[in-house]
Write a new protein. Sequence first.
Length: 136
Amino acid sequence: MAQDAFEDIVADFEFLEDWEDRYRHVIEIGRAMPPLDEALKTKVTKVDGCASQVWLHPRIEAGRFTFEGDSDALIVRGLIAVLRALYDDLPVAEVVGVDAGGELARLGLQEHLSAQRSNGLRAMIERIRETASAAT
């Protein structure tokens, strides 16, 4: 079951019929996300496999998973915001069980992302899953 914030994005996408409008919406939610503190943009938080610069800073507090992230590309920053909506504040043990591919398919993202962006998105999901697995 996806988080309420992710369900809101799904509902927005259903309302926005044109892919260009959906693309702009992803960028808008990325712009609304607070920037990652520059001190957290390190080699440890950098995600390899992305065409652009991407940093994810996961945290586990009181058994719940959360993360902050940032990118130098607007669309990727938006994808990070989408992933935050999907994973943020889940019990850490549930993170690995999220069918990210299935949930993201509801948005039709894979059909409209370049191969490099799709690879980067998979790399971000893998980093999230690895972090959660290591914590359980």
